[in-house]
Design a protein around this ligand. Sequence first.
Ligand SMILES: *Cc1c(COP(=O)(O)O)cnc(C)c1O
Length: 390
Amino acid sequence: MFLRRLCRRDTIKFSEKLLDRYRFPEFGNYHFYTSRAASSSQQIASDIYRSDEDEANVNWEELGFGIVPTDYMYVMKCSKEDRFSEGKLNRFGNIEMSPSAGVLNYGQGLFEGLKAYKREDGCLALFRPEENALRMQKGAERMCMPSPSVEQFVDAVKQTVLANKRWVPPPGKGSLYVRPLLIGSGPVLGLAPAPEYTFLIYASPVGTYFKEGLSPINLFVDDEFHRATPGGTGGVKTISNYAPVLKAQALAKSKGFSDVLYLDSINKRNLEEASSCNVFIVKNDVISTPTIEGTILPGITRKSIIEICPHYGYQIQERPVSVEELMDADEVFCTGTAVVIAPVGSIMYHGKRVEYRSGVETVSQKLYSALTSIQMGLVEDKMGWTVEID
Ligand SMILES: *Cc1c(COP(=O)(O)O)cnc(C)c1O
């Protein structure tokens, strides 16, 4: 890769390289274009300069988890028979699609989510992006779609972050949330895989996910609605898993809860996860999380917690966890890229409310600081999880 490690001292050189690349589009395999047809190359060049030099007009202190439009999005297309080959950065904006696009009619689509952090030295880093790439590949197989290679995926994420780097919040203020999509963009009428696919990445600066910030959240255990069923698609990040939980989520929110905890759809007895995050319980310093068996999304944060626990002296178990054990736990927390590690202050199940330990001395607090220190480059990354953007 010709893109240099993006530390402050390299910023100018980097801009010049980007300009070179724009002026000589045949340079390497990469091209910069724009969706603004009228823009001249000079305009793009100055946009790229501007994006290097001007800080975005965002109040970093008030970032939540909402869409803040940024400068560029990455787009790559391929047909059903083909492989993805070459993508490009476009100005962020609306995309055009046939009303009969597979994704619009039959929900043939996947999403991913990962974060880019700005470190104290100005370097930008990603957390385990190849895990997102692999998960997208598995999901694509399940949804009958072609997928980008791990290298293509990671490279596209890096390009998207670099093109939007003025939108990456300062250290400690948040992160740039990167949202890759893989969608059936070609037209179909009868139920079948779409003839054309689009891989798209956009990004938005974010702060904390729940309005509680880092304070404990309160969850509603639902045994009426289910997120996933055996043989279904609960184990992949398909867009079609999310609209069906909006109603359960809305009902829970109307009663003052942050989110829903789902139970298995067969016996309504074992814990699965929340609408967009995994769940862990702590009892007598043993940490447990439900086993991944097709109905639970294999979270990368979940996996990372499981992998660091032994290094912090915690015993960790992946096994079925019943709702009775949830009621009897000392501590409960949720994990996900968006939420990081969210402590659960209480749950409500069949009209009964149970409260959990929270605060500084909790397991979730210790794991939160362990994980975020690695992500933000505050400690040495012995796990080899962070990827500097260069
Ligand atoms: C994305 C997601 C998670 C968390 O996965 P991470 O890789 O940790 O971000 C958990 N559950 C569901 C349902 C999800 O969609």
